[in-house]
Design a protein around this ligand. Structure first.
Ligand SMILES: [Zn+2]
Length: 165
């Protein structure tokens, strides 16, 4: 578990209480946690598949390159190649799902809470409450992670215009 998630979890109760105090929907905190957990599970699966794929192609390489030479049409080679292809396809699908999942969870938060549930990052500050955010939060955002402002609880996002800056 990353430091970021732990922090989000530690903060969740405080954020929830803060949201209630401001008559806002505390569900936004749960949605963010859920989005983060889902994203994490998917990216672990992608990592596993990546490792598996590496292992399979090493195995194919060993079979083809070792002596005595196994023909490329050998059933074992073909089976390994097919398995490797399957893993690659699944990995690709998961990576797409990952991106879509994060986007979908963000959209749900906006629906729940209105556009005010989110705030753009302006420079190094939350665009909602203008509190400064940490460098860690900023780099998490750049990696497409779910990040909440620690002082107002809004979900942060990087505006299009500065995403490439
Ligand atoms: Zn804020």
């Amino acid at each position: 578990m990353s430091v970021g998630t732990q922090r989000l979890r530690d903060d969740a109760d405080r954020l929830r209480a803060g949201a209630i105090a401001k008559r806002e929907d505390p569900k936004v905190v749960d949605a963010a946690l859920e989005a983060d957990a889902a994203r994490r599970a998917l990216s672990q699966r992608v990592d596993t598949l990546r490792t598996e794929r590496k292992r399979l192609s090493a195995e194919v390489g060993a079979l083809l390159g070792g002596k005595p030479v196994v023909p490329a049409t050998d059933p074992k080679v073909l089976a390994l190649k097919a398995e490797s292809q399957k893993v690659a396809t699944e990995m690709e699908g998961l990576e797409k799902e990952l991106a879509a999942d994060v986007r979908e969870k963000y959209e749900r938060v906006v629906k729940h809470k209105g556009a005010d549930g989110m705030a753009p990052v302006e420079g190094q500050s939350c665009g909602g409450c203008f509190q400064q955010i940490t460098g860690n939060m900023l780099s998490d955002l750049m990696l497409g992670r779910v990040v909440m402002c620690r002082s107002c609880g809004r979900l942060l996002y990087v505006p299009e215009s500065s995403a490439s800056a």
